[in-house]
Design a protein around this ligand. Structure first.
Ligand SMILES: [Zn+2]
Length: 110
């Protein structure tokens, strides 16, 4: 599936803010590869959005917000550790009957 310039322009703001789903982003990026005009527009929009964090003065979060952020970070880290301990692949025995089985690993789809 491909999108045209109008569809791309409708999503380019969200694209520049990394607010599109993976599928939407793939469609926009596919269009950008083939359209110089939209690609230039996306470039300029992204250069603006990259400046946005510099437009506000830095501030320290409230203790409550800071506590929630740290709890969420710890939760993400814990999930990643559990995920890393869970094997994504299991060995598959191969070989004809009567021959020693060799263990091979299927290709990961990660
Ligand atoms: Zn276009």
């Amino acid at each position: 599936m491909q999108i045209d310039c109008q569809q791309c322009v409708e999503q380019i703001g969200a694209y520049a803010l990394y607010a599109l789903s993976r599928d939407e982003r793939t469609l926009v990026e596919g269009h950008l590869r083939s359209c110089a005009r939209c690609s230039l527009f996306a470039y300029h929009l992204q250069s603006v959005t990259h400046q946005l964090p510099l437009a506000v003065a830095p501030m320290a979060p409230s203790p409550r917000v800071k506590q929630r952020m740290l709890a969420e970070i710890q939760n993400v880290i814990a999930c990643q550790m559990v995920s890393a301990q869970t094997p994504l692949m299991t060995p598959v025995a191969s070989g004809a009957p009567g021959e020693p089985a060799h263990q091979t690993w299927p290709v990961s789809r990660r």
